[in-house]
Design a protein around this ligand. Structure first.
Ligand code: PMP
Ligand code: GLN
Length: 385
């Protein structure tokens, strides 16, 4: 293994999902739904396969039907106009979009300011691109992990090339407010920075919380690369369909890198996702309402079991603090949890450079059937009370 990747072993998701299987535990670790997305969209994929659409290499930027649907979605939801031919790129999931954006935009030695904790592929992709990551730590404040805007400002240097943002945020469930995003936008304009914004959980916001796409703020459309995913929005994580929307020159840079990663992927599924993006608002509302109920069920169970719960405003993850249980090391806790309780979770520390800042936090996914969540909550209650 080369020096760039020396610090990266097996991803925590592979380790913890294997542990769930070998111990027969309920897997609330890796974030994937245990119910597939809409039947009619699965039918659309079957039709595409049967009718020979996408069984051979699709066009490099993605099939026109999907690029048009992505552009229409950004227009309908956010009032953002993108040219489907030059400003939309289909990728092999958001994972490839992140990799291609960093590989296509960074020069070796460039600094990337990223919110910590960060989704694990960010660090590895910054490293592969020869960049240097500079974490800005989200810290607990009044029941949620919040961004310190002064710390963000202080992290930007003359070597900073881009900001890497994620809202709604995995693993904390924080949704950046319009005010926070405006401050990020002002900083980006002032210091002439690009922003890559991972908005894969854009539809998963609860109560009256609003998801504000960074690209909608003044001065941002031309400097923002926005990333979406059908895995999250339609519960098809195995299809690996993601997308990028940005100004033409930025999409062109991302596309150049993407060509040499996968070239293309997921042919027939691209047609099905094009249909999914045109589902009526009722689909998105029902999806959100269902997850809100699941959030509340699991949060109540975790609270009863003695965890401190950071009630998430978005995503399908809930971060907890294990210190009230007399524990301090989340990684050790998660490795022991299957034996102790028959449940698998993810230690947030793996998403931190400053490991000690993340040590006492543990993430549980609630994108699971109600009876599975109730069973997990009961197991945790029995193990800890
Ligand atoms: N970004 C974030 C914040 C995620 O949580 C995930 C999925 N865990 C991804 C990107 C990757 O998405 P995809 O499955 O579409 O590659
Ligand atoms: N995004 C999912 C999570 O955060 C897992 C993705 C993966 O397994 N790489 O749990």
């Amino acid at each position: 293994l080369n020096r760039r990747l020396a610090e990266f072993g097996t991803t925590i998701f592979a380790e913890m999902s294997a542990l769930a299987l070998s111990t027969g535990s309920i897997n609330l670790g890796q974030g994937f739904p245990d119910t597939d997305g809409p039947e009619e969209i699965r039918e659309a994929a079957v039709r595409a396969l049967r009718d020979g659409r996408g069984n051979q290499y699709p066009p490099g930027p993605g099939v026109p039907e999907l690029r048009t649907a992505v552009a229409a979605h950004q227009q309908r939801r956010y009032g953002l106009a993108f040219d489907p031919d030059t400003e939309v790129l289909v990728t092999a999931g958001a994972t490839e979009a992140i990799a291609a954006a960093l590989l296509g935009l960074l020069e070796p030695g460039d600094e990337v300011v990223a919110l910590e904790p960060y989704y694990d592929s960010y660090a590895a992709c910054i490293a592969m691109a020869g960049g240097r990551r500079v974490p800005v730590t989200l810290r607990p404040h009044e029941g949620a992990f919040r961004l310190d805007l002064d710390e963000l400002r202080a992290a930007v240097t003359d070597r900073t090339r881009l900001l890497l943002i994620n809202t709604p945020h995995n693993p904390t469930g924080t949704v950046l407010t319009r005010q926070e995003l405006t401050a990020i936008a002002e900083l980006a304009v002032e210091r002439d920075l690009l922003v890559v914004t991972d908005e894969v959980y854009e539809h998963l916001v609860f109560d009256d919380v609003e998801h504000v796409p960074l690209a909608t703020l003044p001065g941002m459309r031309e400097r923002t690369v926005t990333i979406g995913s059908a895995g999250k929005t339609f519960s098809f994580t195995g299809w690996k369909v993601g997308w990028v929307t940005a100004d033409g020159p930025l999409v062109s840079a991302v596309r150049t890198a993407k060509q040499y990663l996968t070239y293309v992927a997921s042919g027939p599924f691209q047609y099905a996702v094009a249909e999914a993006l045109r589902l009526p608002d009722a689909y998105f509302t029902a999806f959100r309402d269902d997850l809100r109920a699941k959030r509340d069920l699991l949060s109540a169970g975790l609270t009863d079991a003695g965890f401190t719960v950071f009630r998430p405003a978005g995503t399908y993850f809930v971060t907890t603090d294990i210190r009230p249980l007399g524990e301090a090391d989340g990684l050790a806790f998660c490795r022991a949890l299957p034996e102790r309780a028959g449940v698998v979770a993810i230690p947030n520390a793996v998403f931190y450079d400053r490991k000690e800042a993340g040590a006492p936090y543990v993430r549980f996914a609630f994108c699971k059937r109600t009876e599975v969540l109730a069973d997990a909550a009961e197991r945790l209650r029995r193990a800890f009370t």
